[in-house]
Design a protein around this ligand. Structure first.
Ligand code: ADP
Ligand code: MG
Length: 695
């Protein structure tokens, strides 16, 4: 096995270096321009580019090609076509045309469209996004594409993401002009997503219908050891897992993904992988590939990766920290405080923009991470709460307070701080950041949005984040462009922004109950569940915002609302059906058998005149829980039937939240009790102990 990262890195990617090697000079230059400007491919060079790609792909063992896209299901889709073409005279050619590279026409009728594409018009189109490199995966040449309907509506997560990046680019450039940065020609948001996941042994996984059908355990009593010893986090990685990680890294490196950090997470059998950050749309493609590779490589090691947000009750869930910043093409990170008064002023303006954006648009940020699975984390007394707030750290908060009140900054000494004139005290990465309870934390030169779920596409939350910040920057630019004295106006703008939006800043413990009361006092939103959050996506103000920033049309916003609400219902429906199935076909028969054995033992003992107190008590307890489980199972079954009779998608989602989920809890409770009191030998599927400590 080659271990030279340099040699394998990007070997499966048709990147700039390979483009240079395989293309004529002029064609390469034209393509490079397309990529830098983010424009669609010039049809004149498409033929040559396609030919070069095919040559490279064939040399590297590919036999097929596919337009690789990201429909609203949140996972990637592909349909493979072979390069093979048999001519009239029986000749065999390998073909791939410019037309095939630029545009695809998958039958789109089976992807969710939320009414955007009438079923009689099943056509959907895919178009290459040249800013994302073509790559080979499993002998298939994959072309990252955007997916849109016949009528031009975005049917995927990629198009709105690219639009939101355009929006922020446009407004940030306006702001940078005011600071005299004429050399900057483009501004892009950057993202480094830290991916969490669990690994379980494949042989145990295969014995659990809940894991197979839903990705999480629907039953399961706690095992004697959980995560209380805190011995797993950053602990030594077991050999088997280490081997898996090595394979995974190699695969990712080959795909040009800079997998960098790996470690054990808080919970037993939980791990994390972090790449080096990149431009948001690339980070998005890479994260999709990373999730796919984690799952695929795990299988090769006899493991199954669980990307679900809450695979185990009572054990930490999995998230995906979305590290986010804004960078210029000249390499300046706009969320880096900088070293000169001018840089500091600019930093404070962008910081103020983020603060205002997060405060004004808590709703769309919250709903961008709302899924049935993530509801088990957010607001459920772990991970970040469902309330959005910003952690800035004590030091930066002090600076903002001083600006707001025209006070001197303590550390720097005497004078009142003047933005654009004075230097900020060096802002250190705050140690308290390690508490991890803040949903949106400033970590030195970037923000870390921690509410995103582990299985979620990162597109959604970045679309919202970019859009919100773009909108605020637009307002700022409008205001400052018209100002007579830029420095005064800037100072005033930052000051008022802090004053008006400081309620969103919270440096305390987000897990604390008192925070919920405090947040309510501050008027912050607390949207606990998915159906509480999603309707905010079609609030008139938000539809206007998406339109204003050119990110989503009203139809696109409404379709997404419908799709995500339906998805919530569908997921819980499958979970509920799986529970009924497992309870009836596995748990109850096993427990009845066990209780029969106990009863028989008791009876024979009695015949011999032996004390049977223990057996009797045990049988009685089991019977009581069994009755409770049977009743709960019937109730759940009835409620599922009612759910199926509800035709409106929003009513169905509310019914799931208010009726189905509590009924599922009511069934789980007695079953978990039964697991605790019955013999391990008779339990019909592997317990938490085996799943969490069995790798
Ligand atoms: P931790 O959060 O564990 O302290 P780091 O802060 O080093 O780890 O980085 C976490 C993630 O943030 C990494 O994926 C890293 O590449 C990413 N990151 C660092 N700088 C930026 C940036 N300017 N924009 C986006 N992501 C970034
Ligand atoms: Mg982090």
């Amino acid at each position: 096995m080659k271990t030279d990262i340099k040699e394998i890195f990007g070997c499966q990617v048709f990147d700039e270096k390979k483009m240079k090697d395989y293309l004529a000079k002029d064609t390469f230059r034209e393509l490079e321009k397309t990529i830098q400007e983010g424009k669609p491919l010039n049809p004149k060079i498409a033929e040559a580019v396609a030919h070069a790609m095919k040559e490279w792909a064939l040399e590297n063992g590919a036999t097929h090609f596919t337009h690789w896209f990201q429909p609203l299901t949140g996972v990637t889709a592909e349909k493979h076509d072979s390069f093979l073409n048999i001519g009239k005279n029986g000749s065999i050619d390998m073909e791939f045309s410019g037309k095939e590279l630029v545009r695809g026409e998958p039958d789109a009728s089976s992807f969710p469209s939320g009414g955007l594409r009438a079923t009689f018009e099943a056509r959907g189109y895919t178009a290459w996004d040249p800013t994302s490199f073509v790559f080979i995966k499993n002998k298939v040449l994959c072309i990252p594409t955007a997916f849109y309907s016949y009528t031009g509506h975005a049917l995927d997560k990629k198009i709105p993401l690219l639009r939101s990046m355009d929006a922020i680019n446009k407004q940030a450039l306006r702001v940078l002009r005011l600071f005299g940065h004429d050399e900057v020609t483009s501004v892009k948001t950057t993202v480094g997503p830290e991916q969490e996941y669990f690994l379980v042994d494949k042989k145990y996984y295969e014995q659990r219908k809940d894991l197979i059908y839903t990705g999480r355990t629907l039953f399961g009593a706690p095992c004697p050891k959980g995560q209380e010893m805190e011995d797993h986090y950053f602990g030594t990685i077991k050999d088997r897992v280490q081997e898996f990680m090595q394979d995974l890294n190699r695969q990712l490196w080959k795909l040009g993904i800079e997998a960098k950090t790996e470690h054990n997470e808080v919970a037993p059998a939980q791990f994390e992988l972090a790449p080096v950050f990149s431009t948001t749309n690339i980070a998005n493609d890479h994260n999709q590939l990373t999730m796919e590779m984690i799952q695929r490589i795990a299988k090769e090691h006899g493991l199954v990766a669980l990307l679900h947000e809450k695979p185990f009750d009572g054990i930490n869930g999995s998230g995906k920290h979305n590290n986010w910043s804004i960078s210029t093409n000249t390499g300046i990170n706009l969320l880096d405080p900088g070293n000169t008064p001018q840089d500091n002023a600019q930093f404070l303006l962008f910081l103020a923009a983020v603060i205002k954006a997060v405060d004004e648009h808590q709703d769309i940020l919250r709903l961008s991470v709302a899924t049935a699975a993530n509801d088990h984390r957010l607001g459920a007394n772990e991970a970040p709460p469902a309330i959005i707030s910003i952690f800035l750290g004590e030091q930066l908060t002090e600076v903002l307070k001083a600006i707001e009140n025209d006070e001197p900054i303590e550390e720097s000494g005497t004078e009142v701080m003047r933005i654009g004139v004075d230097i900020l005290p060096k802002i250190k990465k705050d140690a308290t950041d390690r508490n991890r309870t803040s949903p949106f934390a400033f970590t030195g030169n970037k923000f870390e949005f921690r509410m995103l779920g582990s299985s979620n596409s990162i597109a959604g939350c970045n679309i919202m984040l970019n859009t919100a910040v773009a909108d605020v920057l637009e307002g700022f630019a409008d205001q400052l462009e018209g100002a007579e004295n830029f420095e005064d106006a800037l100072h005033q703008l930052i000051k008022t922004t802090i004053k008006e939006h400081k309620r969103i800043i919270f440096n305390g413990n987000g897990y604390d109950d008192s925070w919920i009361a405090e947040a309510e006092k501050r008027g912050l939103l607390n949207l606990r569940t998915t159906p509480d959050a999603l309707p905010y996506s079609i609030k008139p103000e938000n539809i206007a915002l998406f339109k204003r920033q050119g990110v989503l049309s009203e139809e696109e916003a409404r379709s997404r609302y419908e799709i995500t609400m339906e998805e919530y219902t569908k997921i819980v429906n499958i979970e509920a059906l799986t529970m009924v199935n497992m309870a009836r076909k596995q748990i109850m028969p096993a427990v009845m058998g066990y209780s029969k054995t106990l009863t028989e033992t008791a009876l024979s003992k009695k015949e011999l005149g032996i004390e049977t107190e223990y057996e009797e008590a045990n049988v009685k307890e089991i019977s009581a829980y069994l009755t409770e489980a049977m009743t709960a199972c019937s109730t759940l079954d009835e409620k599922i039937k009612t759910l199926h009779s509800i035709t409106e998608f929003d009513k169905a989602a509310y019914y799931v939240r208010d009726e189905i989920l509590p009924a599922m809890d009511a069934l789980r409770a007695p079953c978990d009790k039964l697991e605790e009191i019955c013999d391990d030998e008779i339990w019909p599927f592997p317990t938490y102990g085996k799943l969490l400590f069995g790798i």
